[in-house]
Design a protein around this ligand. Structure first.
Ligand SMILES: C[S@@+](CC[C@H](N)C(=O)[O-])C[C@H]1O[C@@H](n2cnc3c(N)ncnc32)[C@H](O)[C@@H]1O
Length: 476
């Protein structure tokens, strides 16, 4: 396999020395923003060892936003209205940037599903060159569907995890899964007096040899069978002393090697992973994020394709499963997510694991940045800036999006030139809640809004504070 990247950086990234210049990144940190953009601005070429990408799937048909301290989720907006080609075009710059920042010895795992996997494979072939796909791993992510109505297809119960490397020099630590009970029962039928289970295997291999491994041993001449011993006879004597040889009782029986179950690594892992269940409703690791991946899945990937102190990057880090596992396994890590709310919650998760204060870089701060936020993200951002709290009700908040610390209701509108009607509706919401004070936040207010605030004060003794987003930013 050819190494397609001409520029090799021999030096390892030292996160401390890279701190706080314009084209640098810090490990054990979260960056907020579009991952292609963050990678382009901050990450040098060939700077990370392992990338796990779990982008929103084409099939999800929705954009997800974590909301509130309870890790609830709000979903909205069909991002892929233009069809699969729009999705692939959206993914392309992100994949390109990931390939650029991956070290020449690095690995990339792209988590996707059958809707997009073939397009993504072909896109990655274009980016990395042919022959860089090592495995198309099938992860059984859910149990069988029962099916409803007329059944017209097989149940789709797996995700694809495409495993690429940048060159043929990459870390691969083989993984093993436990033997199943049936296999142990069938093959490890023998037990020593100390309780150790064992099976036996051939001590001979095909072909006559004339050296030490061809000599007769314990009355058995391997040459008579066209074979030789797998060990020299001196070594066979040692093994016999160590109790590693089984001598059959029947005369002429060929001795065999004793293989103990507790010395076997397990079954070498293949490319179909059926043994990692999804994060269930009752799972201890569940954070309430529907696309949250199980830690066991990330443990497998990170253990296979990285070593302690390597840098693991998750450019779509969601609720931070990959970063959490990377930390627990002694790797350095970097997480990127476009959602400021997600980033803050990941920081909290990582803090609880590491005991360290985790910095979130690039949170939106300027008016143009804040204007670009998705609706719920915008509400979250405003309430964070006001040190307020979200309305715990997910829907039907009846005009109140959150509360200030002293309990004052807050309404947030991602609008310019708010007029009389929204203020009037907010008055109704305040009255319904028995409140005589509220705060209304927007980009700007028209004269109708200002007049309505005056009228509410005079006629209903309601105090409504109009706050412009720009003022909130400036005060900070
Ligand atoms: C499928 S979820 C990841 C779930 C994650 N693997 C976990 O276990 O929690 C996808 C994440 O990608 C984020 N996202 C969407 N577009 C993004 C972009 N352009 N750049 C970075 N993150 C993005 C979303 O906010 C969401 O949190």
């Amino acid at each position: 396999m050819a190494d397609t990247n001409p520029k090799r950086s021999e030096e390892r990234i030292n996160p401390q020395t890279l701190l706080s210049t314009d084209v640098s990144f810090q490990t054990n940190t979260i960056y907020c923003g579009d991952c292609a953009d963050v990678l382009k601005r901050r990450f040098p070429e060939e700077s990370v060892d392992l990338i796990y990408l779990d982008p929103p799937f084409f099939s999800n048909q929705q954009y997800e936003v974590l909301w509130g301290d309870g890790y609830e989720l709000r979903a909205f907006k069909d991002r892929w209205e233009g069809g699969i080609q729009n999705y692939i075009a959206w993914m392309e710059p992100k994949l390109y940037e990931c390939a650029r920042v991956l070290k020449s010895t690095g690995s990339l795992y792209l988590h996707c599903d059958w809707h997009a996997s073939h397009y993504l494979k072909s896109k990655m072939d274009k980016i990395l060159g042919d022959d860089h796909l090592i495995n198309d791993i099938v992860w059984k992510r859910t149990s069988a569907h029962t099916g409803e109505g007329k059944i017209t297809s097989f149940g789709t119960i797996h995700d694809d995890i495409l495993f690429f490397t940048k060159s043929d020099k990459y870390t691969f630590n083989p993984q093993y899964s436990a033997y199943d009970k049936r296999y142990i029962k069938d093959f490890y039928r023998n037990k020593d007096s100390n309780g150790r289970l064992w099976t036996s295997s051939d001590l001979m291999a095909a072909g006559v040899r004339h050296g030490e491994s061809g000599k007769p041993w314990h009355g058995i001449d391997p040459a008579e069978r066209g074979n030789h011993w797998k060990f020299t006879v001196t070594r066979l004597d040692e093994l016999a002393k160590e109790g590693r040889i089984y001598f059959p009782l029947k005369s002429g029986g060929v001795p065999r090697y004793k293989r103990y179950l507790d010395e076997m690594p397990g079954i070498l892992l293949q490319d179909i992973w059926m043994d990692i269940p999804p994060v269930s409703a009752h799972s201890a690791e569940r954070l309430g994020y529907p696309t949250q991946k199980p830690e066991a899945l990330l443990e497998r990937i990170i253990n296979t394709s990285s070593n302690p102190t390597d840098i693991v990057l998750d450019p779509f880090c969601g609720c931070g499963t990959a970063t959490a596992v990377a930390h627990k396994l002694g790797r350095r890590w970097v997480g990127i997510d476009i959602s400021p709310t997600a980033c803050k919650l990941i920081a909290k998760r990582m803090h609880s694991i590491s005991g360290q204060v985790i910095e979130v870089f690039d949170l939106p701060r300027t008016l143009p940045e804040v204007k670009k936020l998705e609706h719920f993200e915008f509400q979250n951002w405003v309430l964070d800036m006001l040190n307020g709290r979200r309305n715990p009700k997910l829907t039907g908040d009846f005009g109140v999006d959150g509360y200030l610390m002293d309990g004052t209701p807050v309404q947030v509108k991602q609008m310019e030139d708010v007029g009389r009607v929204p203020i009037d509706e907010f008055e109704t919401a305040l009255q319904r809640k028995g409140k005589d004070k509220g705060m209304f936040v927007a980009f700007s207010f028209g004269s109708g809004a200002v007049e309505e605030v005056g009228r509410a004060k005079n006629e209903q003794n309601l105090e409504i504070i109009l706050r412009k987003v720009e003022d909130i930013i400036n005060e900070r």
